[in-house]
Design a protein around this ligand. Structure first.
Ligand code: ADP
Ligand code: MG
Length: 211
């Protein structure tokens, strides 16, 4: 990790989390992510994809600006909660970073009032995020990074329409990161539609120790 251009708070925290070195998908995807490029990351579950996009997000946050600067879309509430917790853990030495989780199946009004207090990073499921955009409680005008996590599962669960509607409300000049365990044709066509010159970071899973 020390080869990366990361804030000292992030490096120190990575050390305190016991991450000794980057996992293969992190080693492949973090340099282009930190360089501001669009990246497609493909690697199996448990390979450390969350920290790859999480560090990319945290490195470029402007904490003084309380508008939403990063949005992570996840296929399920459980995954969104996991990603939120992982981001908070990665950010624990960066003062005042606010991560807000917005998922379906949760009361709507408290989410609106949380949004009113400002957040730097929003993590959520596509249906609920699209609803907050429709009603105007969420504004993505200051968004810099959009992450589609578990893209293959999101499509399988039928979220294509919501994801398209959300992307339509984000600035063109954003960084788009797409993570997926598999890379079916449908994902490829989304990538072609919404990403700019993406870098492919792919870690093949082989039969034994994997990467
Ligand atoms: P994925 O999204 O690829 O399925 P996760 O991002 O959830 O995987 O990571 C799986 C686990 O690996 C998490 O518990 C995380 O804390 C841990 N982890 C991530 N990066 C590293 C690293 N560089 N060194 C050690 N453990 C790591
Ligand atoms: Mg993941």
């Amino acid at each position: 990790f020390s080869s990366l251009k990361l804030q000292p708070e992030l490096l120190k925290n990575i050390e305190s989390l016991g991450y000794v070195k980057m996992t293969p998908i992190q080693a492949q995807s973090l340099p282009p992510i930190l360089a501001g490029k669009d990246v497609i990351g493909q690697a199996k579950t448990g390979s450390g994809k969350t920290a790859a996009f999480g560090l990319g997000i945290l490195e470029q946050l402007n904490v003084r600006n309380t508008r939403v600067q990063a949005l992570v879309l996840c296929p399920t509430r459980e995954l969104a909660d996991q990603v939120s917790n992982a981001l908070r853990r990665l950010a624990r030495m960066c003062p005042n970073v606010k991560v807000l989780t917005l998922c379906g199946g949760m009361p709507y009004r408290p989410q609106v009032s949380s949004l009113g207090h400002g957040a730097h990073v929003v993590v959520g499921t596509p249906g609920r995020i699209a609803k907050h955009l429709r009603t105007g409680s969420l504004n993505l005008g200051s968004l810099r990074v959009l992450v589609l996590d578990e893209g293959d599962r999101m499509l399988k669960m039928g979220f294509q329409e919501e994801v398209d509607a959300i992307i339509a409300k984000t600035p063109e000049a954003r960084q788009t990161l797409l993570f997926s365990a598999t890379y079916p044709r449908e994902i490829q066509s989304i990538a072609e539609k919404v990403m700019r010159d993406p870098v492919m970071a792919k870690v093949e899973s082989t039969h034994d120790s994997g990467s």
